[in-house]
Design a protein around this ligand. Structure first.
Ligand SMILES: Nc1nc2c(ncn2[C@@H]2O[C@H](COP(=O)(O)OP(=O)(O)O)[C@@H](O)[C@H]2O)c(=O)[nH]1
Ligand SMILES: [Mg+2]
Length: 357
């Protein structure tokens, strides 16, 4: 493996205490197995002496990139990959969690034909050092399950990755927000042949984890974005149905309100129906058809009203008819149910085809 060109990308944020150990471990790999190895440290302006530390090491195979804006793990990793000029790239954490000794095995897997290698705690042979709190463990498990629709990889949360630079260059529309750059790359580089390399995942010895609540929130948004990317019509439909359900609830509530305010039932029901339709329009436009804001909102609204007219009018007349003998809540609920039944598939197809193309 001596002649393979490999770049290790090491994102760091306040890892001053961990870096000397990591550099030493990587240097060992360079001396023993991968001579043509470069280390790119991408530091997000830690301001903890990292810069001085690395400069004073005076190692020509280490390159330091300091990013001064837009702090974040994924953009740092991407900046590092862009700077790499080698055939192979390896991404790993700087806190000592990932064993540098596994780097050759990770590269070998790619050399042998896999698109992507993941240093894995959960594949046979992989282990996790004790001392993970229940909360952290649960957190990782839930996050892993949420990644299931995108990949069968057992440890998709891993930040220990290897791939060819050319694979990265195929990436479609990378969205470097959040922590899980591995998942993003597997999906966006369309990697089907992913191999997990068993590793022993050590507990961070020095410094603190940067996995905060906001990072976890970003992960949820990341999953939604990936779902929209991989299964746009399904997400669209489910969002549309959810908005429809919320609209039905709102319609019942609005009818209770308008029936108090107006004595004329045809008017009070019509106002409730119109407000509900507008409510649906706003949320469908924002969430169910997130990617179709090319037409003017007024045009889209007119199209939406036109297409909804059949189920909305059905809903209206059913509610009006029912309200003669029943409480307004029941009448509105029945109207909404009938309207929704007609509307759910028909409206979705029509709005998808003609309004939010
Ligand atoms: N450049 C950069 N690196 C980061 C940032 N956040 C975390 N890291 C690095 O990413 C790696 C994993 O972070 P860590 O805090 O250990 O996350 P955890 O293992 O999930 O607790 C470490 O090397 C961190 O220094 C960031 O905002 N910018
Ligand atoms: Mg860590």
């Amino acid at each position: 493996m001596n002649n393979l060109s490999v770049t290790i990308i090491l994102p760091t944020y306040q890892e001053f205490d961990s870096l000397p150990f990591l550099v030493e471990a990587v240097e060992k790999v360079k001396n023993e197995t991968l001579q043509d190895l470069q280390l790119i440290i991408v530091d997000d302006n830690s301001d903890d002496g990292t810069e001085k530390l690395i400069r004073e090491m005076q190692k020509d195979w280490i390159k330091l990139i300091i990013r001064r804006e837009d702090r974040g793990l994924s953009p740092a990793v991407i900046a590092g990959i862009h700077a790499a000029t080698s055939e192979f790239c390896v991404v790993m954490d700087a806190d000592g969690s990932h064993p540098a000794s596994a780097i050759p095995a990770m590269v070998k897997v790619i050399q042998d034909g896999s698109d992507f290698a993941v240093g894995s705690r959960y594949i046979k042979g992989g282990t996790t050092e004790d001392g993970w709190g229940v909360l952290r463990w649960l957190n990782s498990k839930i996050a892993t399950i949420m990644a299931r629709p995108f990949t069968k990889v057992l440890d998709p949360m891993s930040g220990f990755l290897a791939f060819r630079k050319s694979t990265f260059e195929q990436a479609d529309d990378l969205n470097p927000v959040g922590y899980k750059i591995g998942l993003e790359l597997i999906v966006k580089c369309n990697c089907t042949n992913v191999t997990e390399v068993p590793i022993h995942f050590s507990t961070r010895q020095k410094g603190e984890s940067k996995l905060t609540l906001s990072v976890q929130w970003q992960y949820l948004q990341h999953v939604v974005r990936l779902l929209r990317y991989t299964k746009p019509n399904l997400v669209s439909f489910f969002t549309f149905a959810t908005v429809g359900l919320s609209g039905a609830g709102l319609y019942v509530f609005l009818n209770m309100l308008t029936s108090e305010l107006f004595t004329s039932k045809p008017i009070s029901i019509a106002i409730a129906a119109w407000l509900t339709m507008s409510w649906n329009f706003i949320w469908d436009r924002k969430y169910a058809f997130w990617n179709s804001h090319n037409k003017s909102i007024a045009m889209q609204y007119c199209g939406f009203v036109l297409i909804c007219s059949i189920p909305v009018l059905t809903n209206y007349f059913v509610t009006l008819y029912m309200s003669e003998e029943n409480a307004i809540q029941l009448a509105a609920l029945t109207g909404a149910a009938v309207g929704s039944a007609i509307g759910i598939v028909f409206n979705f197809m029509m709005t998808r085809l003609f309004v939010f193309r």
